[in-house]
Design a protein around this ligand. Structure first.
Ligand code: FES
Length: 75
């Protein structure tokens, strides 16, 4: 199995499926707004560990949704 090189600028969020933060962000940018949609788009959160990364994915999603809401509210 190919192992991704560590990248401090783009850390892995899901170690099981080697999904970096940039892919989670891209899924959200493309309209994913639930954990299930992020899982479908990236496979993050559905690995053999049972989804230990799901809380982190939820935190990222909440952070991004709140940031978007804040920007829209400022207009
Ligand atoms: S680390 Fe994401 S499913 Fe295991």
């Amino acid at each position: 199995m190919h192992k991704r090189k560590p990248d401090r600028r783009d850390p892995l969020v899901c170690l099981c499926n080697e999904v970096p933060r940039s892919r989670i962000d891209a899924a959200i940018d493309c309209g994913a707004c639930t954990l299930a949609q992020i899982f479908d788009a990236t496979w993050a959160g559905c690995g053999p560990c049972g989804g230990s990364c799901q809380p982190e994915i939820g935190r990222i999603l909440a952070e991004r949704v709140n940031a978007t809401t804040a920007v829209k509210g400022a207009r």
